[in-house]
Design a protein around this ligand. Structure first.
Ligand SMILES: Cc1cc2nc3c(=O)[nH]c(=O)nc-3n(C[C@H](O)[C@H](O)[C@H](O)COP(=O)(O)OP(=O)(O)OC[C@H]3O[C@@H](n4cnc5c(N)ncnc54)[C@H](O)[C@@H]3O)c2cc1C
Ligand code: SF4
Length: 344
């Protein structure tokens, strides 16, 4: 409940960006509410297993963020349907018809993973053993067996980078940034679980941009024994034994390559959250040709939407890792605070 004169902030989206921004704003003394469309906070990270670079459990990270939310009001299973400006305040109408007033908004609607069905030639949704990186995280997180009913583990597993990213055919020219490190993390995990399996990563080029990621990549080769092949998958099919046959081109050797594998993991990229466009229209947030939100000044005001009192946090402005998302959320909270201090 807001005390007299206490300013209010509503955060749309309760993933890690929204949670961190809300925690910071509450700590600064604002009456803060999160509106999350799912039944729980945590966003995508709540579905993941161990996190790169340090191998921390995703559930623990989400729990740690959640513990900072005690002063924050959390509305789950809802979304903002309408926003009107009246005398310097936003009047928000939620899906159930209830109304919230607020002095500022932080939008942290995040991302969804690329729908791998759109790359029909890779066989997702056609062959059971073709899964996505998000599916694999979920299976590991829920301790599901990766190869149910098999006494022996897999003989061979392949990871395919850049699925739905850097791909003109699907309309996504951008790099999703986190999935090279994610592939190294997941390939090493599969090797840890099944030391006798051969594990291959097929990449276009490796973008191990963080100071610690290069070491993860070197360890994946030298310690875990993951093989890296520079090449792009052209198609996957199933043989009579139910194993997957993949065709690719080894672009370093300039040779076509055919391999039989027991599981194919597609490293799906990040796309703007479903419904992000209607949030953008409602709050007049500029949107890039790729659907991610654009800030007014990418270099110096990366969290400002251009609409007075509306700030942007996390992956709604483009792919980010967890540390980048948290830093961005804090910056959004600081920008909202600067705006609210100036507001009479
Ligand atoms: C398979 C996979 C594994 C990954 N592993 C790692 C890792 O090990 N280490 C690492 O650093 N990064 C990892 N990442 C990246 C990490 O997931 C992101 O950095 C993080 O999820 C970004 O958080 P976010 O809050 O911006 O977005 P999200 O996690 O997408 O959260 C957004 C939230 O907003 C909600 N929402 C959306 N629209 C609305 C709306 N209109 N109204 C209300 N609520 C809404 C959503 O339901 C969601 O809860 C991984 C990514 C993938 C795909
Ligand atoms: S991070 Fe790696 S796998 Fe992901 S889109 Fe960029 S180059 Fe491809």
């Amino acid at each position: 409940m807001a005390t007299d004169g206490q300013k209010k902030v509503v955060v749309i989206g309760g993933g890690i960006a929204g949670m961190e921004a809300a925690a910071q704003l509450a700590r600064m003394g604002y009456d803060t509410t999160i509106v999350e469309k799912q039944a729980r906070t945590g966003g995508n990270v709540a579905n993941w297993d161990h996190l790169f670079p340090e191998g921390r459990l995703a559930g623990e990270v989400v729990q740690q963020l959640y513990q900072k939310l005690s002063p924050v009001r959390i509305i789950t299973g809802s979304s903002v349907k309408k926003a009107d400006m009246l005398e310097g305040q936003y009047i928000l109408t939620l899906a159930d018809g209830s109304v919230l007033t607020t002095d500022a908004l932080v939008v942290s609607t995040g991302f969804r993973t690329f729908d791998a069905h759109r790359k029909e030639e890779y066989g997702y949704g056609i062959y059971d053993r073709v899964i996505t990186s998000a599916d694999l995280e979920g299976m590991l997180n829920e301790h599901q067996p990766l190869f149910p009913g098999r006494h022996k583990g897999p003989r061979r597993v392949a990871f395919i980078h850049c699925v739905g990213s850097r791909d003109e055919k699907v309309g996504n020219r951008y790099c999703s940034k986190a999935c090279c490190a994610m592939a190294v993390k997941q390939a090493s995990k599969v090797k840890e679980l099944y030391p006798d399996a051969e594990v291959y990563c097929f990449y276009m080029d490796l973008r191990m941009f963080d100071r610690r990621y290069e070491q993860m990549y070197l360890d994946a080769q030298a310690k875990s024994g993951v093989n890296f092949i520079r090449g792009r998958l052209s198609e996957a099919s199933e043989d009579l034994q139910g194993r997957l046959v993949i065709k690719a081109e080894d672009t370093l050797m300039s040779k076509p390559l055919k391999m039989t594998v027991d599981m194919l993991v597609l490293m799906v990229g990040m796309e703007p959250a479903s419904g992000a466009r209607s949030v953008a229209e409602m709050l007049k947030i500029p949107v890039g040709h790729d659907g991610f939100f654009n800030a007014t000044n990418e270099l110096l005001e990366a969290n400002c939407s251009g609409t007075p009192g509306v700030f942007l946090a996390g992956t709604c402005t483009g792919p980010k890792t967890i540390p980048e998302t948290i830093a961005d959320a804090r910056a959004a909270a600081t920008a909202a605070d600067a705006y609210l201090r100036k507001k009479s």
